[in-house]
Design a protein around this ligand. Sequence first.
Ligand code: SF4
Length: 394
Amino acid sequence: MSNWQQLVQAVEPLQDLELDADLVRDLEQPGQQPGHQSGHQVPERVAHPVHFYTPTFKSYQTSEIKSCGKNAWPAVSVTGSECKLQCDHCKAAILEPMIPARTPEALWRVVNELIDDGAQGLLLTGGSNHRNEVEYAPYYETIRRIKDSHPEFRIAAHAALMDENAAFAMADAGVDVAMMDVIGAQETITNVYHLRRSVDDFEATLENLVRTSMRVVPHIVIGLHYGRMLGEWRALEIIQRHLPDAVVLVVVMPFYAPEKKPFVTPDSSDVGRFFQSARQALPDTSLLLGCARPPGESRMQIDTYAVMAGLDGIAHPADGAVELAARLGRKVRVTPACCSIVVGDEVMAVQDASDGLELDIDTILREEARRRAGVRGIGIPVVSASGPRTGIPA
Ligand code: SF4
């Protein structure tokens, strides 16, 4: 058993987790990151701090997390719940819970209400037309007015596909951060998105966006092709050519899956191998694992590989991931954050890696033990009519 597998065994929630031994061994190898020397005790990539955005570590809660009920980064859709594309994994369901602002006047009103309510920023999006473009042009004057009146208020917009003029118009309007999904397989564009555009169009959009003054944070949705890996490595190559400010990796969590074309849960080892490739391809770019990934054992495996692969940030880590990072010798920073704040930090591209609280391993172990005791009871045998049981499951 490799050293790292032994370390995993020491982390109580991960003790029985099945891991890909070859992958763990590969991730443990020193000197895999281009540009770094080999021969260190631990791979250079895990010597980087890892930033966890987590609602746990209760004694470190800030006023921000206490106000989780208020959405610090609400999402607003300029088309309400309408989208012409009706992609197979979504069918526009992602738009449904968002605040609609179907006219520039509505956007002005909504934003002012949100600011009065304490919002720090806004995720601006909308359904696509048939060309996977979100028609923002009528809103730019209002966005400029919002930014001129409230310069501290951040606006992150989902760009979808854009030509150069549209990208510069978005930047001129004052949008701070542009996000986009980079898709690297024509089959996925055609079949999942029902779209007559090419992989080159996605690359051209990224190229256009990075030329502007906006911070650019592309996403790669791992397993977008019905749960299988297909265009992820090409997407990574595209991102490598147009280095953005940060990259967010998420694992597909279909809002909707057609009966005839169901989505399988992506294989965790494949996801872990992709983390390894992404870290090697982008050694100096912030790599964040976003909120979306499958639950249960998959999430635990995926988060274990993310910690081992040296990702810079992990949103809402699975039980045990923080402790594992500390045991692997990674510097651990924790920002107690509910989901909307994670989304805000995500789009601001982990702007300041020194944000958050650095915790040492003793503190982490103490806090984790306290939390587990709170969640599961303290392991005192419970005697019931059918005999003794140990502890109380979560
Ligand atoms: S993923 Fe985007 S483009 Fe596709 S259906 Fe959902 S909202 Fe529309």
